[in-house]
Design a protein around this ligand. Structure first.
Ligand SMILES: Nc1ncnc2c1ncn2[C@@H]1O[C@H](COP(=O)(O)OP(=O)(O)OP(=O)(O)O)[C@@H](O)[C@H]1O
Length: 334
């Protein structure tokens, strides 16, 4: 099956002033990520705060300037589109943000918020736009009369439904969701996740799903990239990542997410990861995780490991991926 979305060696760098010697300082927020997504599937991006997840989403959406690399949606190379063609193609890929309140105009009624992207599509009959607004509200479980309400008249979960309705109005093939449930209560999170799953099933939607919550990613995603300092430390099917994680960084994320009573090895668990991530301004020349990795050797500090396949479809950026064993039994392949 050919992929719907192809991301090839995407880099998004931001200028950050100058060093004392006058050389430019550059934030390597996203520093060469690649993945493919088939129609109807979900690619999850997980990683600590600051690893570059949101910037990757914004780069794919063309909402942050792409430094290099290629993003294609079907036959359209969206990283190269400009002007009217980009505006038209945008209808095919929409974004859902973390905070539904700040992504909605408080002075705009729900119906107008949903209609806004349709008004840019001159070829859609204005009478039809009203129907699309109603259909979009119903699709996300809201009553059509909600079109008259303002954002503050919705609950948090309803507001996120409204944002999803707005994203659906242009009948996109791809939704890029950046932490779409993180701001919601746990019970409401489950409802919104189930809504996303139902919509995916009904409309054969594809999702890029960004989250720091491994449980949510495991539940929702077919494929996963584990991001560290702008790059993928590990990438594979959700089954491979969750049942046979191979990168020490992935282990540390999973260990941190284990319930406290799941094991008595608290001491080992805290020893799994040390310190803060290095600055994305001057990424280290060797493995980016070496300074925090309990297994690091001299080679790791000298030579950056390539992201290489260790089994079909499962890639790991670690020199010692085959020989290391996860320090907690819960993280070892059954
Ligand atoms: N516009 C910008 N200019 C300069 N640096 C930026 C900009 N946007 C993001 N960064 C930096 O890029 C890095 C990646 O940030 P990003 O927000 O993508 O990470 P994240 O994984 O999404 O984190 P979080 O989960 O906290 O949102 C961070 O070091 C951040 O400070």
């Amino acid at each position: 099956m050919s992929s719907l979305l192809q991301v090839e060696d995407l880099k998004v760098h931001f200028p950050a002033g100058r060093n004392k010697d006058g050389s430019p300082r550059v934030v390597h927020a996203v520093d060469g990520i690649s993945f493919e997504l088939e129609q109807g599937k979900t690619f999850g991006i997980v990683g600590e705060s600051g690893s570059g997840k949101s910037t990757a989403a914004l780069g794919i959406m063309r909402l942050a300037p792409i430094t290099s690399g290629k993003v294609s949606l079907g036959r359209d190379v969206i990283s190269e589109l400009e002007g009217e063609k980009l505006r038209q193609t945008r209808m095919r890929f929409q974004m859902v943000f973390q905070d539904p309140f700040s992504s909605l105009n408080p002075r705009k009624r729900a119906g107008d918020a949903i209609r806004e992207p349709l008004d840019l599509m001159s070829y859609i009959d204005p009478r039809l736009r009203h129907e699309v607004v109603e259909e979009s509200l119903v699709a996300v479980g809201l009553h059509p009369s909600a079109a008259r309400l303002f954002p503050h008249q919705f609950s948090g979960g309803q507001r996120q439904r409204l944002c999803i309705a707005r994203a659906l109005a242009t009948q996109p093939e791809l939704l890029v969701c950046d932490e779409p449930v993180s701001a919601l209560d746990v019970a409401i999170q489950a409802q919104v996740i189930n809504l996303l799953l139902r919509l995916q099933d009904e409309k054969k939607l594809s999702y890029v799903f960004i989250s720091h919550d491994l449980a949510v990613v495991q539940h929702l995603c077919t494929d996963v990239g584990v991001m560290y300092l702008g790059q993928f430390a590990e990438k594979g099917s959700a089954r491979q990542i969750f049942s046979n994680p191979r990168h020490p960084y992935t282990w540390s994320l999973m260990a941190a997410a284990l319930k406290p009573d799941a094991s008595q090895r608290g001491r080992e668990r805290t020893a799994l990861i040390k310190g803060e991530p290095p600055s994305p301004i001057n990424p280290p020349k060797g493995c980016r995780f070496a300074a925090r990795c309990p297994f690091a050797q001299e080679r790791c500090r000298q030579e950056a490991p390539a992201l290489r396949e260790v089994e079909s479809g499962h890639s790991v950026a670690c020199h010692f991926a085959e020989s290391l064993e996860a320090p907690l039994p819960e993280l070892r392949a059954a």
